[in-house]
Design a binder for this molecule. Structure first.
Ligand SMILES: *Cc1c(COP(=O)(O)O)cnc(C)c1O
Length: 373
């Protein structure tokens, strides 16, 4: 008996949503290379290079820098389960979907989340954070999202981190969408724990989450009174695998070919240069913005807080959201994102992330939208 199912052949689409973004042929080819044993010395050498390349992308010297073998949500969880102990009071700034997930993480770790709320489409307001820090001197940590993918908003990470430090709090910063798309300086800004994702501006396939922890964060983990509730994400154990020094111990089987893909995408970031990548994201965003505004389509975020890699625009009056996205996908092989949460049905989210941030895609998207509308 056979089910008669044959190989799956994905069509070539243009991915201009909130991620995954287009993966280059170079990265796809890297992933098709022979699978090595995950303790093979050649593979271990490549993992060391990934660490160095991630240190560059994050602009950090942190020893504790590696990729969690799971998507961005697992990087988020890795930061929280390691840094939050039962009874801890954590301040979570929320201005979209992902801040809500941070709250879930805090509560599942047995902590208490003090929420600092800002409207969806607005940046995190530093004065509200300061107010919460003054009202909660018992707080030990501040968490916020640098680039809110659900709304297309960028918050001032440097200011938020310095406020947290002035009140002796550690920081967890979500940079899943900001890494490589927008300026980010982990060491200069003093970010204590950070996580990102492979499928946004890094343009590798989904399923890996770069993370980095500084010495203060590592000390907090080392001095915990309670055992970390997750075996898989316990940094003390994972680092025995990533830290190397010739004594790499089996923890889990690394996703070997996915890491080839991440390595190649990071080599491409290094070749282009971070500053050049940030400029490219900004230039393509400005070109898309001009084209959309010429069509009478308006951005929902104030100019100064707009993310170049994630453009949230109001769906024009009388236009059928789902029908337009369906036609773009079927007629143009083009994916754009719908609204999430409070913005569902109200906005489109047009991504210009990583490899997809290209003048050709700007023109293609504008032409396709014109034809469909
Ligand atoms: C995409 C995203 C995540 C989650 O990443 P997954 O890889 O989907 O788990 C978390 N935070 C932000 C800001 C994101 O954009």
């Amino acid at each position: 008996m056979t089910l008669g199912i044959t190989s799956f052949h994905a069509p070539k689409r243009t991915l201009m949503g909130p991620g995954p973004s287009d993966v280059s042929d170079r990265v796809l080819k890297a992933m098709a290379r022979p699978t090595l044993g995950h303790l093979d010395p050649l593979f271990v050498g490549m993992m060391d290079e990934i660490k160095q390349l991630l240190q560059y992308a994050f602009q950090t010297q942190n020893e504790l820098t590696f990729a969690v073998s799971a998507p961005g949500s697992a990087g988020m969880e890795c930061c929280f389960v390691n840094l939050v102990e039962p009874g801890d009071v954590i301040i979570v700034c929320q201005n979209g979907v992902f801040g809500g997930r941070m709250r879930e993480n805090v509560e599942r770790c047995g902590g208490t989340a003090v929420m600092v709320q800002d409207d969806w489409g607005c940046a995190v307001d530093p004065s509200k954070l300061e107010h919460a820090l003054n009202a909660h001197p018992e707080a030990v940590l501040v968490a916020f999202v640098h680039a809110e993918t659900s709304t297309g908003v960028q918050s001032d990470a440097k200011t938020l981190v310095s406020l947290a430090h002035a009140h002796d709090c550690l920081t967890i910063v979500d940079t899943v969408t900001s890494l490589v798309g927008t300026p980010l300086y982990v060491d200069d800004w003093g970010i204590d724990a950070i996580y990102s994702g492979s499928q946004k501006c890094l343009s590798a396939p989904p399923g890996l989450s770069p993370v980095s922890f500084n010495q203060r964060a590592a000390d907090k983990i080392r001095n915990r009174k309670t055992k970390i509730q997750s075996w898989f994400l316990d940094l003390n154990l994972v680092m025995g695998y990533w830290a190397g020094d010739g004594k790499r111990a089996y923890h889990h089987t690394a996703p070997v070919n996915s890491l080839y893909g991440l390595h190649e995408s990071l080599v491409m970031v290094q070749e282009e240069g971070l500053e050049a990548a940030w400029t490219r994201h900004r230039d393509n965003h400005l070109a898309l913005q001009k084209g959309l505004e010429n069509m009478g389509i308006h951005f929902v975020v104030d100019q100064q807080y707009r993310l170049p890699q994630l453009n949230a625009v109001a769906i024009p009056n009388g236009v059928d959201d789902a029908a337009v996205r369906h036609r773009l996908l079927v007629d143009f092989n083009l994916e754009i994102g719908s609204g999430l949460g409070a913005l569902a049905g109200k906005v489109w989210r047009i991504g210009l992330m990583g490899h997809a941030s290209h003048p050709r895609n700007v023109d293609y998207c504008l032409d396709a939208l014109k034809a469909v509308l």
